[in-house]
Design a protein around this ligand. Structure first.
Ligand code: FE2
Length: 346
């Protein structure tokens, strides 16, 4: 977190310097000290951190650099449009991002297996990071939509809360998600943010969180295995915690059953395939959430699988971009989604 805040501070300073150079060239008669002061006041809202402001400055910086590059290529002087177009673009992108974050789409996958299993429908949500931009009304509407799906079971695949969530908000979100248990069983695995270990002063402990989740009828899976009719569920502890190896977990499973692994972070994907796992479900990546994070992560290969479905023989892996997003109330990359997976025997 500290590195992210330092990065944003450096970005704001670069933005101030860039704007100073541009405006000073355009209005050389304007006193430098007054311009510095005004520009520093302009970027001051960035200290609010988990608001729209840092994202606005990030996109403004990006758009300013593009327009300046265009000016340089076409030997154009600094004129009004060099400011106004980037400002307009950054505002438009942020407004789009707020709507995009709040607009939850349904993504459907239809899978087939040669194993004899009953028709199964899984509804997965991940990376809610409640509340961020989500109101209690939005949360209730989301749960109503999820109830209409009538799946065989739900999986809450981590990062349902984070270091910005208060105790009351944590209780509210799990009480509301607990309503899903009237429709089908609900399983939960920890994400890297849920237990607030990035917070200086956590509002709740992992033990308290677990008690609240379970008191709402949701089953927590921490390196636990559940056996059903020809279906085995393995819920892994988050990879940033001490956890059982995948090999030791799979060793106890009946390989004739359809094995599904829930792992918040998309890791051990090749190992899943090698060990005979049929389906691995993850979240965590948000598919970037803030442009160009996702595109950069994808090209640098930071995650084993950023978004969507991979099929290798009998093995399938699905990474969701999450139903909401972390930190900033906007999504300028990827979509907010819940995932519905239907599995049938062929
Ligand atoms: Fe995560």
């Amino acid at each position: 977190m500290i590195y992210l805040k330092m990065g944003l501070a450096i970005l704001c300073l670069l933005l101030v310097m860039d704007l100073f150079l541009l405006i000073h060239r355009w209005f050389p008669q304007f006193p430098s000290w007054a311009l510095w002061g005004l520009l520093l006041l302009f970027v001051l809202p960035c200290i609010t951190f988990n608001t729209i402001f840092p994202i606005f400055y990030l996109h403004l910086m990006f758009c300013l650099l593009i327009t300046q590059l265009i000016c340089l290529i076409f030997h154009q002087d600094v004129k009004g449009w060099v400011f106004f177009i980037p400002f307009l673009l950054a505002i438009t992108i942020c407004i789009y991002g707020i709507f995009n974050m709040k607009n939850i789409e349904k993504t459907t996958y239809d899978l087939q297996t040669s194993k004899e299993i009953p028709d199964t429908k899984i509804v997965m949500i991940s990376d809610l990071h409640y509340p961020n931009a989500m109101t209690e009304k939005d949360l209730n509407n989301m749960v109503k939509d999820l109830q209409k799906e009538k799946p065989s079971f739900y999986i809450l695949n981590g990062d349902i809360v984070d270091e910005f969530t208060s105790v009351d908000q944590m209780k509210t979100v799990f009480q509301t998600l607990g309503k899903l248990t009237k429709t089908a069983n609900v399983y939960y695995v920890f994400g890297n943010h849920d237990n607030q270990h990035y917070a200086n002063e956590p509002a709740f402990s992992k033990e308290t969180l677990k008690k609240v989740i379970e008191s709402n009828g949701i089953t927590v899976l921490q390196d636990d295995i559940l056996h059903f009719d020809q279906i085995t569920l393995i819920g892994r502890e988050d990879s940033e915690e001490k956890r059982e190896s995948l090999k030791s977990l799979v060793k106890t499973c009946n390989l004739d059953s359809y094995i599904i692994v829930f792992d918040h972070q998309p890791k051990d994907i090749s190992l899943c395939e090698k060990l005979g796992v049929d389906l691995q479900l993850s979240g965590h990546t948000h598919n970037g959430q803030i442009f160009p994070v996702g595109s950069l992560a994808n090209s640098l290969g930071i995650f084993e699988h950023d978004y969507g479905m991979i099929k290798k023989g009998n093995f399938t892996q699905i990474t969701t971009s999450g139903i909401h997003g972390w930190g900033f109330p906007t999504r300028t990359e990827g979509i907010s989604e819940y995932v519905s997976i239907s599995i049938t025997s062929n």
